[in-house]
Design a protein around this ligand. Structure first.
Ligand SMILES: [Zn+2]
Length: 471
């Protein structure tokens, strides 16, 4: 608060005369001020203060490294608006109108400030710049402030994120319980220490009392979770990415979890999420929002298949098997058998990631690797990664000896290429139970375990289920 007054005393309005800016790089405004960097500041905080971005500041000042500013350094800062600005990340259940009302501005002004010109320009996870209508006074006491959450985009590193927010890799890792800073992934949500989001501006129709999308930004090939709470018992139906969502209901039908598998190949973009609540009297309440899907950044890899199994490369063989698996995993068990992150299916190194585009024997990239491979020795134990019921125990062309376990709420795991199987159709299994042995049956170039997780009929990155809980 006193920081802002300090800035005000140091502001000096100039015209942009800085050389080295191309027309494209020149910010739309022609007004700039000079900001003298104070102890503890960084470009992100300064950008937030003035309602601009780190990119604009680095361009305007010819800075190449975002963290290379020094106390006392003078920075040119564009002033397209009066007063200071705040950042607001759009949460599920918020609308342009409710957020505008929270800050005492009009929805039109908010839309204009953030260049929102149509429906798809407003979505969950969108970072809004809120230009205050008047110079800020002493901030009102925070009512329901929440931690500032950053959703990791594909290609980002912990270092880059730390730099963006003016914090350190160590602080970020500590705040988020990250053991290995190398292992963050697209879609992961990180708490940014030292920042708080403003209070929420929820605009939820009764009987809805809360609405949460996790992660705020969905990723191709990954799992998302939509959660609602309601004041009375309802059933929930919904659509996202042209698929019907299914309702994991708990607590007398007042708590609802809808798990989403985002298919590999989903184009990055903004997608509508529509939900309908139906109460016991049949009264329906519909509402919708937009969610963002980002690309998974998957890799390409080359696989060699043994000559005597080349017939298994026929796409029809694979298609028929996918259909069989889809049928086996089309059911929805309303009971949830998982309540924590999943365990690993084998005590062995991961040898191939989910989502890789595969070329077999030098051919074109024609298939997507929809499982995660572990290079376990032949005969090594295979473990159920969560509790559930065996719904398929069969020998398939591509996957060889295969077991499928239903964990409830539309979540299934698949264990392939086994040499032996210790459970049968209909058996109940416990998390960590040995259910088979690693082998080389099916389309393989050597013994390994191929493990899949399917969510609501969509194969997704299984390792996400090891890293976090969706219960
Ligand atoms: Zn595999």
């Amino acid at each position: 608060m006193t920081r802002r007054l300090l800035f005000a005393a140091l502001l000096l309005t100039l015209l942009v005369t800085a050389s080295g800016l191309t027309a494209q790089e020149t910010p739309q405004t022609t007004n700039v001020t000079i900001h003298v960097v104070q102890r503890g500041e960084n470009l992100f905080r300064i950008a937030l203060e003035y309602g601009t971005t780190v990119d604009v500041l680095t361009q305007l000042n010819g800075i190449t490294l975002a963290d290379s500013i020094a106390v006392g350094q003078r920075l040119l800062v564009p002033t397209s608006t009066t007063g200071s600005a705040q950042a607001h990340v759009v949460q599920p259940g918020e609308t342009l109108a409710s957020i505008a009302a929270l800050y005492g501005i009009t929805p039109e002004a908010l839309a204009a400030e953030n260049s929102i010109t149509d429906q798809t320009g407003f979505y969950v996870g969108l970072g809004l710049i809120i230009a205050a209508a008047e110079p800020p006074v002493e901030p009102a006491p925070a009512v329901a402030s929440t931690p500032l959450i950053h959703t990791v985009l594909s290609g980002e590193t912990l270092f880059r994120i730390a730099t963006q927010y003016g914090t350190t890799v160590n602080e970020l890792a500590t705040a988020n319980g990250i053991a290995d800073p190398e292992t963050i992934y697209a879609g992961q949500q990180l708490i940014i220490p030292g920042f708080e989001s403003p209070e929420l501006a929820l605009d939820l129709p009764a009987p809805l009392t809360s609405f949460d999308v996790f992660p705020l930004v969905l990723t191709e090939g990954q799992t998302g979770r939509i959660r609602l709470t309601t004041s009375g018992g309802v059933t929930v139906s919904g659509m996202l990415l042209d698929r019907a969502l299914r309702d994991g209901a708990e607590q007398d039908n007042t708590r609802h979890t809808l798990l989403v598998g985002v298919p590999v190949g989903t184009a990055p973009g903004i997608y509508p999420l529509s939900l309908t609540l139906t109460d016991s009297a049949g009264v329906q309440t519909a509402f919708s929002t937009n969610v963002q899907v980002i690309g998974g950044g998957y890799w390409q890899e080359y696989i060699t298949v043994l000559a005597d199994r080349l017939d298994l490369l026929d796409p029809a063989v694979n298609d028929a098997e996918i259909q069989l698996l889809t049928n086996a995993m089309s059911g929805f068990t309303p009971t949830r058998y998982f309540d924590a992150p999943m365990g690993l299916p084998a005590a062995a190194p991961l040898s191939s990631h989910f989502g890789n585009l595969r070329s077999y024997n030098g051919g074109i990239f024609q298939t997507i690797h929809i499982g995660t491979d572990f290079s376990a020795a032949p005969g090594a134990p295979i473990l159920a990664t969560a509790s559930g019921t065996v719904v398929l125990a069969d020998v398939l062309n591509v996957r060889g000896m295969t077991t499928v376990i239903d964990h409830g709420w539309g979540v299934y795991t698949v264990y392939c290429h086994q040499s032996d199987r210790y459970v049968g159709l209909g058996d109940t299994v416990a998390a960590g139970q040995v259910i088979g042995a690693v082998g080389s049956t099916g389309r393989v170039s050597g013994a390994h375990l191929h493990w899949e997780v399917w969510v609501n009929g969509v194969p997704v990155d299984a390792m996400q289920w090891v890293q976090q809980s969706f219960s």
